[in-house]
Design a protein around this ligand. Structure first.
Ligand code: 13P
Length: 233
């Protein structure tokens, strides 16, 4: 996609995140592959509701700025987390980080989203594991997600928020919508006594449809309970 269009789309994603109430103040960050070894990222310290194309920064594969930003902005403090996603996954062309309130409540309660009870969640993401707590802006954050990224397109960051990746900006954004809606539904199901998991053979049919009918891109863990990672109490 042409750079001007990509900048507009990235700002559109930021505005939708803010309108959805997933970010307060400068929360959240978004990035996208803009070419060979070139990445577009949100600057640090700006509300996602106020993001403008000229505020976005261009960085190389090492995370260093390729040119001075016209408004004097620096890249997001979480750029290391974004760059790890691109390093680890050739198929990833966009990364979204936000603090959607219900998904982040799961992250604060140290619970993964892994009840395998909602068809849409099962097909699109399988489960959303919980990465262990990592101090924001440090290398602990990319290190905490690395083992999970290999087979998941969405991860909860303990006591912090959520991270999604995709083959383009809208796919990464839509994954975040799925994570937040799934978290709301799961929370409501818990109020009603707990989500009931679909039987294993029904899950296998959904996994088959994902591969052979919907042809969804990205990584999917299949049936994988996250209890051993400390995500489920
Ligand atoms: P930045 O403004 O540096 O992108 O930080 C926002 C955030 O959400 C940190 O986790």
């Amino acid at each position: 996609m042409e750079l001007t269009k990509l900048k507009e789309q990235l700002c559109e994603v930021c505005h939708m995140m803010w309108q959805q109430g997933w970010t307060a103040a400068n929360d959240g960050n978004v990035s996208a592959r803009a070419g060979d070894g070139v990445f577009l990222a949100t600057p640090t310290g700006v509300s996602k509701g106020a993001m403008l194309p000229e505020m976005l920064v261009l960085v190389g594969a090492d995370g260093k700025m390729l040119e001075e930003n016209a408004c004097g902005y620096r890249p997001s403090s979480e750029l290391k987390m974004h760059m790890r996603c691109y390093e680890q996954r050739e198929d990833v062309a966009a990364v979204v980080h936000a603090h959607p309130p219900t998904a982040t409540a799961f992250a604060c309660a140290e619970r993964a989203l892994d009840d395998y009870s909602l068809t849409e969640g099962v097909v699109s993401l399988g489960c959303v594991p919980l990465a262990p707590y990592a101090t924001p802006s440090t290398n602990e954050v990319p290190d905490s997600i690395t083992p999970l990224l290999a087979s998941h397109d969405a991860v909860l960051l303990a006591h912090h928020g959520a991270l999604t990746v995709g083959p383009d900006l809208m796919s990464a954004y839509y994954h975040m919508e799925t994570v937040e809606l799934w978290a709301k539904i799961s929370l409501n199901a818990r109020l009603l006594g707990g989500a009931v998991e679909l039987p294993r053979e029904k899950l296998d049919t959904l996994f088959y449809l994902r591969d052979n009918y919907y042809h969804l891109p990205g990584r999917h863990p299949g049936y994988e309970k996250e209890k051993e990672r400390g995500g489920e109490k």
